[in-house]
Design a protein around this ligand. Structure first.
Ligand code: MOS
Length: 764
């Protein structure tokens, strides 16, 4: 046992369990389907996004991109661009001020945020097709774009590694995947597989994908002298962007402010800082005026990473009873030579099914491409496609219903770590989903149902996502008028954060929603983690919970200064927050309002700030969310076209804080899963390393006509080991979705498609 794991074990043993949060059951405000607080501002155009700040003397920047994958710049001719009307500056590696290297995002809890470590414009080296080579700043966006088109680059081209298939031969095995040991080996899975009566051993492939948030990546940079910087950035991580820019431009963190109050979708693409951010800041330094740099849709494909392709093997063995005797999940993904992210496709297999012989391991290969990055449920989305397709294949081999097969393998403890589950209601999620979908009416046979030219089938798959928490800070100010201000730097990218945390704070403080104001999306506020890994809700909820406790203690101390106070002698445990104050639990009429306490003390406000600690609970328990995705697909026998006819998702994701915003999260995840399964694919030319479909005209996300009525249900059972009993829910909706579709297509047609997307050519 390593020193590190001994230390971890000791910490886990002695780390006290937090008490179950009594607000897990609260229903005054938490749990209510409250309309999103930012909704009206957004639909009426009053919510400014990063490219919408009306600044005086604003200039506009545009990027020129490399058209080769590897080599260096022989010469760059910018004369015509410089002379074009309205141009203020053309910045290239020949004249760009020096920046420190971008600090690469790492999962070790630091605040480094760069998606790519390439110091573009401070080098003549080219390491991907699409790398920014020049920034043009002009008086208008159109003039910047026109001038950019006049730049001519001559290259010294080198041979590039752009073929995933060829590079797989020299893939490497990282010791850790997202801070988990890469390899899990219990028993002897290969020999159990060899000996088994019923088995599946298959390869599954997923292609490259790109995020396509409606709001394009955009940065607006404003320098105040040489030392102070304000940046409006479309970001999932304002603290990460602040700290990274401070490092790159040698500034004091305190002098950099990153604002991102409204974000029009992120899906992981805005979780890191991509080169246009530092280039916008650099351009503003050069022209000494504010600069706005909004990537075009094409620019987003060139300069911002997407999801890796994957090639996965899943092998399953079972006895006649359907109990798994071996589970093997291995495979390879790609990363770039400018980052190091082995997407964690093997994570679901660690936590879902019971088996004595388990083998999990993944490798990664380095390509000369744009850096890959997190995309909604990185790992779990593509991993569940492979694992849950294989389970479906096994179910047919065994002639056991696919729902039943999964229930027979529901483990008592975590299959990889052996730890207890903090909360797991996998069976209930399946039972609820099967009932709502009408699964019992499904024929066990393939090609059993048709309607004219359409074959009809039903498929099911497990959804899974870990329940993460990260350290976070929050500050609460209670004002003398009895209103509260709650602050944390968290991001609201459309998922309902602002609404859910306002509900939470109002419930916890015993106030009405209208008495609470929540400020967020600003790096000057108490520091919150990246809005990623579905961690944000729970991370900030704990900070608010702990800050509330601290605030109440200070209020009790104030109250006690007057011996006649009804709260004199009361401890935190003796009171609860209700009706705008603290009242005794044993005598609910006895207590004082916050306003009364503050008035007597002649204070205009009282404040408490807390930063939460490490998530030891996730070392002690296996913490995850579970679900079952049911879908009905129709496949046209003449054209091979697949239409999704019906969808039921049923989820075990802890307590639901707001069923209205939560349901939208599940819908969004499922719709993104429909895209992943049927229409989306980043087309990559291996000869040139170029992405060939960098537009919404050619990269097909599902549109309304592709999406059926979706029903999303949640069990709403609190996890006793999380604040509010909640789990994050932003990512689980996409997991299992692609497998449910592939499984429904198989049930409809008898054709098993193991490589996404399921396009009609594969079905004809
Ligand atoms: Mo999510 S892919 O961690 O924004």
């Amino acid at each position: 046992m390593s020193i590190l794991s001994k230390v971890t074990e000791a910490i886990v043993k002695f780390a006290p369990d937090r008490d179950r949060d009594e607000l897990s059951e609260a229903d005054r405000i938490v749990g209510k389907p409250i309309d999103r607080l930012d909704g009206v501002d957004k639909v009426t155009g009053h919510a400014p996004f990063s490219a919408e700040y009306p600044l005086e003397h604003l200039t506009h920047a545009c990027l020129a991109y490399s058209t080769i994958a590897k080599g260096s710049i022989k010469s760059i001719d910018i004369k015509a661009a410089q002379n074009a009307p309205g141009v203020i500056a053309v910045i290239t590696h020949e004249n760009a001020p020096k920046m420190k290297d971008p600090p690469l995002f790492s999962p070790n809890g630091s605040t480094d945020a760069a998606g790519s470590k390439a110091n573009v414009l401070n080098t003549d080296e080219i390491s991907w097709n699409g790398q920014p080579l020049a920034v043009v700043v002009a008086e208008t966006l159109e003039r910047a774009e026109h001038a950019t088109s006049l730049i001519r680059v001559a290259y010294r081209q080198e041979s590039a590694e752009t073929s995933f298939d060829k590079a797989k031969a020299h893939a490497v095995k990282p010791p850790e995947i997202m801070r988990e040991p890469n390899e899990v080996a219990h028993g002897n899975a290969e020999s159990a597989l060899a000996a088994a009566e019923f088995k599946i051993d298959q390869f599954y492939q997923t292609p490259r994908y790109n995020h396509n948030a409606i709001e394009l990546h955009a940065t607006t940079a404003v320098w105040n002298g040489d030392k102070k910087l304000t940046v409006y950035d479309a970001s999932q991580y304002v603290i990460g962007v602040r700290d990274s820019l401070a490092k790159m431009f040698s500034l004091d963190k305190k002098d950099v402010r990153v604002l991102s109050p409204f974000v029009g979708g992120g899906f992981g693409g805005k979780g890191s800082m991509w080169p246009h951010v530092q280039l916008c800041v650099l351009a503003a330094k050069v022209v000494k005026r504010p600069v706005r740099l909004m990537l075009s849709r094409e620019g987003t494909f060139r300069a911002v990473g997407g999801r890796t392709p994957s090639d996965q093997r899943v092998a399953l063995a079972a006895g006649k009873d359907g109990k798994l005797t071996a589970l093997i999940h291995t495979g390879v993904t790609a990363t770039s030579n400018n980052n190091d992210f082995a997407e964690q496709f093997s994570f679901p297999a660690r936590h879902l099914y019971s088996t004595e012989n388990l083998f999990i391991s993944q490798t990664v290969t380095h390509l000369d491409t744009v850096a890959n990055t997190f995309m909604r449920a990185p790992g779990e989305s593509i991993g569940t496609f492979a694992l849950e397709s294989a389970l479906d294949e096994l179910a047919y081999k065994l002639d056991i219903d696919p729902v039943e097969l999964r229930l027979r393998n529901d483990p008592e403890t975590d299959p990889a770590k052996g730890t207890e589950f903090s909360s797991r209601h996998f069976k209930e999620a399946y039972q609820l989903g099967a009932e709502k979908f009408g699964w019992q009416n499904r024929s066990p046979k393939v090609r059993a149902t048709r309607d004219g030219h359409w074959w009809i089938g039903q498929g099911v798959a497990t959804a899974f996502y870990p329940a993460y928490r990260l350290p976070a800070a929050a500050r609460i100010r209670m004002n003398a008028d009895g209103t509260a201000l709650v602050q944390s730097s968290v991001q609201e990218m459309g998922m309902g954060t602002a609404t859910a945390q306002t509900q939470h704070a109002a419930e916890r403080l015993g106030l009405s929603m209208s008495a609470v104001r929540f400020e967020y999306g600003d790096s000057d506020l108490p520091q919150a983690p990246v809005a990623g890994g579905s961690n944000q809700t729970v991370s900030v909820a704990l900070a608010i919970q702990q800050a509330t406790g601290k605030l109440f203690n200070e209020l009790l101390t104030l109250a006690k200064q007057d011996p006649k106070s009804p709260l004199a002698g009361a401890h935190l445990d003796d009171v609860r927050a209700i009706n705008g104050g603290l009242f005794r639990r044993d005598k609910p009429d006895i207590g004082e309002t916050y306003a009364a306490i503050l008035a007597r003390s002649q204070k205009s406000f009282i404040e408490a700030e807390v930063e939460t600690g490490m998530p030891f609970e996730s070392m002690k328990y296996s913490m995850g969310s579970y679900g079952a995705q049911f879908c009905e697909a129709r496949v046209n026998e003449q054209t091979g076209e697949v239409r999704i006819a019906r969808w039921v998702g049923s989820f075990d994701t802890g307590r639901i804080l707001n069923p209205k915003t939560a349901r939208s999260q599940f819908y969004g995840g499922i719709i993104m899963g429909i895209g992943m399964a049927l229409t989306e694919e980043t087309l990559f030319d291996e000869r040139t390393g170029k992405i060939m479909n960098p537009s919404l005209a050619e990269y097909h996300v599902p549109v309304n006509a592709d999406v059926p009525r979706i029903e999303a249900y949640f069990l709403d059972i609190p996890d006793p080991h999380t604040p509010l009993g909640a789990h994050g829910i932003g990512e689980i909706g996409i997991t299992g979705a692609a497998a449910a579709i592939a499984n429904a297509v198989y049930h409809a047609t008898g054709k098993r498609i193991r490589n996404l997307p399921i396009t009609l050519d594969k079905l004809l």
